[in-house]
Design a binder for this molecule. Structure first.
Ligand code: GDP
Ligand code: IMO
Ligand code: MG
Length: 425
């Protein structure tokens, strides 16, 4: 079966955007299924760099259809700006982008709640992107959210928005002494947004299932990563959606029997943005070196990413919870200058050694990684296009990872551009 899910197997920013761009030419549809504009997926084509937040990265392939599924939360302001930016760069979006009528909308009060909640938490904050993602999903689950389909009806929208604003204003006043929002202003603003997005909206579940009937192929573009998944990640230091492969089904209405493969994207080392445990995190000097060489700054918020060694225990866990069948390793070139490279193969906690990842974040935060050390290659890999041409020690590193993960590496990325990609035969 030809439909594939691409999922981040660490804490996001694994290079999913580049991988989607490489694979997209072989698919008819590219579909986002969860998250929102907290995501930042980078695609580099020649001298041009595109950062996609809500629109699937496949949009850069001119003949492909892109879908934003029901599991995504949409800030219409961000969506309209992204469409306008793409069109200003000569990329036609009309007729190629379809948005689920069941997707929930992010409102200004979601963003303010996100920000104030984080501020109030102080040291215990999550380090969110402040895009209103958590509060929007909270409304969805508590059944008070507003979907695009609700926005399409004046009376339904007006009633739901009134109830929500009344409730949010009370909460904002009591908890944060915040002055509150005006119904009229938001109503007017969102009716304007409606005019700009309504032509993209449809029943995308029907669209995708009809496409499958016609044997069209679908590429599901995961956002964030397994460790940020609300169920399987380092809770509460996670996002609020199902970033794992299961989210592709619930976030689009395509059943699991229609999906053939799950491709896991892993960086050759590890990064995370925001707070929370990170057992293999580098100390100061290595952090700086890899951050600079890997340009590890957030594509959405510009924040510096925390960096660390490759954690095989963590990725093994990702392989299990996603059912990952094959792996793509990205950013191998970032390790080019190192004399020695470490791989975390177990954790030590209170004198005992564990090989499995744990959801107990206290345990994880206080675990000592057990490392295996391999020799670096100290050669430039950024121009290599065949596996056999990689330096011997780089091949050894990849083979060791493959063995530890018991999963085949099918693609290796050695730079942000399309041509900097190695297909493993
Ligand atoms: P995503 O969120 O998973 O799509 O990843 P991001 O786009 O947020 O971050 C990945 C960054 O690494 C982007 O700046 C990419 O252009 C860049 N990148 C992707 N693959 C490679 C690679 O193999 N080597 C290097 N040096 N950079 C890469
Ligand atoms: P892509 O798709 C990396 C992180 C935030 C924070 C936590 C919760 O580009 O890989 P949220 O705003 O979602 O409530 O923040 O999740 N986070 C990401 N980290 N890549 C992302 O997306 C992320 N999206 C959210 O930094 O720690
Ligand atoms: Mg990113």
């Amino acid at each position: 079966m030809s439909n594939i899910i691409v999922v981040g197997a660490q804490w996001g920013d694994e290079g999913k955007g580049k991988v989607i761009d490489i694979l997209a030419k072989d698919f008819s549809y590219i579909v986002r299924y969860q998250g929102g504009n907290n995501a930042g997926h980078t695609v580099v084509i020649g001298d041009e760099k595109f950062i996609l937040h809500l629109i699937p990265s496949g949009i850069l392939h001119r003949k492909k259809i892109c879908v934003i599924g029901n599991g995504v939360v949409i800030d219409p302001n961000a969506l309209i700006a992204e469409i306008a930016k793409l069109e200003s760069e000569g990329i036609e979006v009309k007729g190629r982008l379809f948005i689920s009528e069941n997707a929930h909308l992010i409102f200004p009060y979601h963003k303010v709640i996100d920000e104030l909640k984080e501020m109030k938490k102080g040291k215990t904050k999550i380090g969110t992107t402040k895009k209103g993602i958590g509060p929007c999903y909270a409304d969805k689950v508590s059944r008070s959210g507003i979907r695009i389909i609700d926005l399409l009806s004046d009376s339904v929208f007006s009633e739901k928005l009134k109830t929500n604003i009344e409730e949010k204003n009370k909460i904002l006043k009591i908890l944060y002494d915040f002055k509150g929002f005006s119904f009229d202003r938001i109503y007017k603003e969102y009716i304007e947004f409606r005019g700009k997005i309504k032509n993209f909206v449809c029943d995308t579940t029907l669209l995708l299932n009809k496409a499958i009937e016609k044997r069209k192929s679908i590429l599901f573009e995961g956002a964030q990563g397994t460790m940020l998944d609300v169920d399987y990640g380092t809770y509460p230091f996670v996002t609020s959606s199902s970033a794992t492969a299961g989210g592709a089904c619930t976030g689009t209405g395509v059943g699991p029997t229609k999906i053939g493969k799950v491709l896991g994207v892993v960086k050759a080392y590890t990064t995370r943005v925001g707070e929370g445990p990170f057992p293999t995190e580098f100390t100061k000097d290595m952090m700086h070196k890899i951050r600079v060489k890997g340009r590890e700054f957030g594509a959405t918020t510009g924040r510096p990413r925390r960096c660390g060694w490759f954690d095989a225990c963590l990725v093994r866990y990702s392989i299990i919870v996603n059912g990952i069948s094959e792996i793509v390793v990205t950013k191998l070139d970032v390790l080019d200058d190192l004399e020695k490279i470490k791989i975390c193969v177990a954790y030590k906690y209170k004198g005992k050694t564990y090989e499995h990842f744990t959801s107990d974040i206290d345990m994880l935060g206080n675990s000592e990684p057990v490392y295996e050390e391999v020799k670096g290659w100290r050669e430039d890999t950024s121009g290599v296009t065949a596996f056999r041409k990689l330096p011997k020690n780089a091949k050894e590193y990849l083979k060791r990872i493959q063995k530890l993960l018991k999963t085949k590496i099918i693609l290796i990325s050695v730079g942000s551009e399309r041509r900097q990609t190695i297909r493993v035969e």
